[in-house]
Design a protein around this ligand. Structure first.
Ligand SMILES: *[C@@H]1O[C@H](CO)[C@@H](O)[C@H](O)[C@H]1NC(C)=O
Ligand SMILES: *[C@@H]1O[C@H](CO)[C@@H](O)[C@H](O)[C@H]1NC(C)=O
Ligand SMILES: *[C@@H]1O[C@H](CO)[C@@H](O)[C@H](O)[C@H]1NC(C)=O
Ligand SMILES: *[C@@H]1O[C@H](CO)[C@@H](O)[C@H](O)[C@H]1NC(C)=O
Length: 958
């Protein structure tokens, strides 16, 4: 008995030793992998992993194990790690099922080993921006979910993926570095696939009919590719499909198959920007769950089926840029709460649908450029939710409903080019969010109501060519953000109010063809306009000296009483007895005394009434300093007192759209620019204003504070207390590119301009391609490009930048109006989808400024035309091309400039998907370097010296 027992014990011992030994070995091996990860990756998040062996890796954050102690899942998504991800993950972790390494800055060859993980079920490496070719995936036979979106893959698409028949979800979107590839017919082997997202990944050719066999599909997205041919009717077999996205392929043609009306689960259908023809199938309009139907920019004809108005689910209908005709179903919006209706640029006629905002959720109502007639429905004045209202270029008539202009959220109201009559509604004073008002080319009469000054966010006003009479209200000077004021072609009869000189952001003023009288206020000369036009009025007296420059005749002709204070052609020299001027200045003094007195009284009253509220803050200056919150981003030594003490008028170098800019030399010798933001405690600022303002500021601080690039302006610090906010930037001694180019403050020769273009492109490429979450700047323009002492450009003003949401597909609607007239990509006219490609467009406009020396919008381009249009009209002939180049610099660089002109043309293509990505633009610009052959070093030095001599105090608009 005893020996047998001992035998058994021995056996047990051996067994347990073997067992212990192998499990220990496995544990060690798994541990080794975490050691490898810690060794090769850097990032704060990993510091919590204690690899000393004291703790089990199963308890590490982001790690989970199965009940046998094997690692089953690793999720380090968005941990801001960088470095090489270790190879051979699955030989160390043999039971790994889930691996999510998305949104990290990983490099290395790891993908080649991950494809050996035959047990891996979920794998995500989205937004790693890895530049590599793709291996064979055939061995990953357990894979159910794979996300390879947002990378920089090159070479061929891995067709081996069609072997992975257990796949349920694949994201391969935003991979536009691949070779063109076609969807293979045998993709239909993936019968379990529910989600197939292949947007913007270089697909071309036709959509295989076999996709109709993939009946598990819920989400099919093939947008932003180069697909062509007809849409196969077999798609109608996808009975579970909820989302079908085929937009921006440009080449899909033929008619929309009626069979799509069998997709009874469909919620979202978008086939915009293609060449689809024929009519909209009625069957589509009857789909019981359809919420979004977008077919814009195709060649569709016929009427909009009446059935659409019976949908109880529809919220977005976008059919612009087609050839649709007939009337719009009058009940549209009665059965469902519409959010967006865009029918612009068709041949639609008859009355506008009166019920469309009945649901109370309508944000966009856009029907411009059709043949609509009749009156504006009164119900539109109750569309309180509207953000954009555009009905221009129709045959509408009658009066404007009184409350329409006061829509509280509207950012754009566009009634231009119709036959509206009657007075200008004074409800405009309630339009607190209105930034653009277009009512030109109508028959509006009566006075321009002074209440317009209540619309404090107005940036553009065009009321030209109406029958408006009476004075230009002085209150217009309160519209601090105004940059375009077009009142020409009316019957306005006052003098020009000197309050116009308060419009510090103004760039275009056209008051021509009115009956304006009196002198031109001297103070107007202080503003910096692009264009000013006072011609054909009854003005008299001297033209202010500072307004005498190019374009003098066009700006002031047709005013027989005007004279010039200096010798010029076309205007008589003012004689000494222009004592109207004296009288006027007497008046000005009296008025300013009165204004000052009233102002002082108001100020004191406000102070008095606010005293109770203020008292707790109203302590001694030094103690209020204690409440300053200082946030610093870059290492630079200064003390906030130093900054605050130096913020005196003497140091002001400019007034930007959002604040005053000071140039301050610190005790350490360093010079910084400080932007003091307008304080928003004015009585007319609403909580919403505050919110938008704070949001812009937050965006700027967070965006700029977190990035570093030689072509992005450095934000040193952010200082705030209860009523004052200040941003401290590096100082840019050469001001902004706009001033350099268009005010002629600095002569920039072509090599310098090329250097500026390349630098800006590199800055943008960094924002778009090198960050974990790309940033869209959204307001690229020459005033936002600052120049340092060596003319190295820095992109500034991130107030409206947008950090892209990680997952692709469609951007959510952004309700803040972004961008600047002249630089805006055309797609903004209709939707406010911001993409990196809209930055590319704006950059293209800046390139054109550099090449031509012209402004983005000039009168010579024609009405409503910008530089992109103008350049495109010149390219047919060689002489035309030469005419485009800025003669001041072209000299021996014509070929290089033409090369950059080609890049600019591509950047400004109407279709965003045809514009090159910014990293490609950088490459193209490098190839167009005028100094490749060292021929221009000399000229660069020359420019720099010349500009040192003529150094001017410039205004950095940071
Ligand atoms: C990983 O974690 C992130 C963030 O917590 C989560 O959104 C993601 O779905 C996880 N990935 C997987 C594959 O579960
Ligand atoms: C699919 O797998 C088979 C067998 O492993 C292989 O021969 C074939 O090349 C694979 N197909 C593709 C497209 O890679
Ligand atoms: C769909 O599958 C059926 C059955 O497997 C097959 O006969 C048919 O050819 C397939 N259709 C297409 C268009 O590939
Ligand atoms: C799909 O739609 C077409 C045309 O609308 C119709 O003829 C066909 O019967 C429908 N198929 C199914 C399976 O419902």
């Amino acid at each position: 008995m005893a020996p047998k027992f001992i035998h058994l014990l021995l056996l047990l011992a051996v067994l347990s030793f073997v067992f212990y030994d192998s499990s220990q070995a496995i544990r060690d091996d798994q541990f080794r992998f975490f050691n490898l990860m810690k060794a090769s990756l850097s990032g704060k998040a990993l510091s919590a992993w204690d690899v000393s062996g004291m703790k089990s890796y199963c308890d590490f954050r982001g790690v989970s194990c199965n009940n046998r102690g094997y690692v089953e899942s690793i999720n380090i998504s968005d941990w801001s790690l960088s470095g090489n991800f270790p190879a051979d993950v699955c030989s160390h972790l043999p039971e790994l099922r889930v691996l999510d390494i998305s949104r990290n800055n990983l490099r290395g060859n790891f993908l080649n080993s991950i494809v050996n993980c035959s047990l891996l079920e979920e794998f995500s490496m989205s937004s790693v921006y890895l530049r590599t070719t793709l291996p064979d995936f055939s061995k990953m036979t357990s894979l159910r979910v794979v996300d390879l979106s947002y990378n920089l893959f090159t070479g061929d698409f891995p067709m081996s993926i069609t072997n992975l028949t257990d796949l349920e979800v694949i994201y391969f979107n935003e991979n536009d570095g691949l070779n063109l590839w076609q969807l293979p017919g045998n993709i239909s082997r993936l019968t379990k696939l529910r989600v197939m997202v292949f947007t913007s990944c270089m697909l071309y050719g036709s959509i295989p009919a076999s996709i109709g066999n993939m009946t598990s599909l819920v989400d099919l997205e093939l947008s932003g590719n180069f697909l062509s041919g007809q849409i196969p009717k077999e798609l109608g077999l996808l009975k579970n499909l909820q989302q079908l996205e085929l937009y921006y392929n440009q080449h899909l043609s033929g008619s929309i198959p009626e069979e799509l009306g069998n997709l009874t689960e469909l919620v979202d259908l978008d086939m915009s920007v293609n060449r689809l023809s024929g009519s909209i199938p009625e069957s589509l309009c009857r789909l019981p769950k359809l919420q979004v139907l977008q077919l814009y920019n195709n060649s569709l004809t016929g009427e909009i089926p009446g059935a659409i108005a019976e949908s109880t689910t529809l919220t977005m209908l976008s059919l612009y840029e087609n050839f649709l005709s007939g009337q719009v179903p009058q009940n549209l919006g009665k059965s469902s709460a519409m959010v967006l209706l865009d029918l612009s640029e068709n041949n639609l006629s008859g009355p506008l649908p009166a019920e469309v905002c009945r649901g109370g959720r309508l944000l966009y109502l856009l029907v411009l450029d059709n043949k609509f007639s009749g009156k504006l429905p009164d119900s539109y004045a109750n569309c309180k939710s509207l953000i954009r209202f555009r009905v221009s270029k129709n045959y509408l008539e009658g009066a404007i409903p009184e409350d329409l202009l006061g829509l509280p959220h509207a950012a754009i109201i566009d009634l231009a080019d119709n036959s509206f009559t009657g007075p200008f509604p004074s409800s405009i004073g309630n339009a607190k969010n209105l930034s653009e008002l277009f009512m030109q080319n109508n028959k509006l009469s009566g006075f321009l109501p002074p209440e317009i000054s209540g619309a404090i966010n107005l940036m553009k006003i065009d009321l030209s060519n109406n029958l408006l009479s009476g004075p230009i209200p002085t209150e217009i000077g309160d519209l601090k953000k105004l940059n375009l004021l077009m009142l020409q072609g009316n019957k306005l009869s006052s003098s020009i109010p000197s309050s116009l000189s308060l419009l510090k952001s103004i760039s275009v003023v056209d008051l021509s063809n009115n009956h304006l009288t009196g002198n031109i206020p001297e103070s107007l000369g202080e503003l910096s306009y692009n264009t000013i036009n006072f011609s054909n009025n009854e003005l008299y007296g001297p033209i202010p000296l500072s307004l005498i420059k190019d374009g003098l005749v066009e700006s002031f002709s047709g005013n027989p009483g005007l004279c010039a204070p200096v010798e010029v052609q076309s205007f008589p020299k003012c004689s000494h007895k222009h004592n109207q001027k004296k009288r006027n200045s007497m008046w000005a003094i009296m008025i300013s005394v009165i204004v000052f007195t009233i102002g002082a009284i108001l100020f004191l009253r406000r102070r008095y009434s606010k005293q109770r509220g203020v008292v707790e803050h109203d302590e001694t200056l030094s103690s209020s300093f204690f409440s300053y919150d200082v946030k610093s981003f870059h290492r630079i030594c200064f003390d906030r007192h130093e900054i605050l003490e130096a913020m005196i008028d003497k140091n002001i170098v400019g007034h930007g759209g959002s604040g005053t800019v000071y140039r301050i030399r610190l005790r350490g010798g360093e010079v910084v620019a400080v932007k003091k933001l307008w304080s928003r405690t004015a009585k007319d600022s609403t909580p919403e204003d505050q919110l938008i303002f704070d949001k812009g500021l937050k965006t700027e601080v967070e965006t700029l504070g977190s990035i570093r690039h030689k072509n992005i302006v450095k934000l040193y610090s952010y200082i705030t207390n209860f009523d004052c906010k200040m941003l401290v930037y590096e100082y840019m001694p050469n001001g902004n590119l706009w001033d350099a180019l268009h005010k002629g403050w600095i002569h920039l020769d072509w090599p310098i301009r090329h250097q500026i273009a390349l630098g800006v492109a590199q800055g943008l490429a960094y924002l778009h391609h090198d960050l974990l979450t790309p940033i869209i700047h959204r307001d690229i323009k020459s005033t936002n490009i600052l120049l340092d002492a060596n003319y190295e450009p820095k992109v500034a003003d991130f107030g409206i930048a947008k950090v892209l949401q990680a997952r692709g597909g469609k951007d959510s609607i952004i309700t803040v109006i972004a961008g600047t007239y002249g630089y805006l990509a055309p797609e903004y006219a209709y939707s406010s989808k911001a993409t990196t490609k809209s930055d590319v467009y704006s950059f293209g406009v800046v390139l054109m400024e550099l090449i031509t020396g012209k402004k983005p919008v000039e009168a010579v381009f024609g009405e409503n035309k910008n530089i992109v249009y103008w350049v495109s009209t010149k390219l047919d002939t060689k002489e035309g091309v030469m005419e485009v180049l800025d003669k001041r610099v072209s000299g021996s660089f014509k070929d290089e400039m033409i090369q950059v002109l080609r890049i600019a043309m591509r950047c400004t293509y109407r279709n965003p998907s045809q514009r090159p990505p910014m990293n490609e633009v950088v490459q193209l610009l490098i190839e167009a370097d005028p100094c490749r052959f060292d021929s221009c070093k000399l000229s660069i030095n020359k420019t720099k010296e010349a500009s040192n001599v003529t150094k001017v105090e410039s205004q950095p608009e940071v």
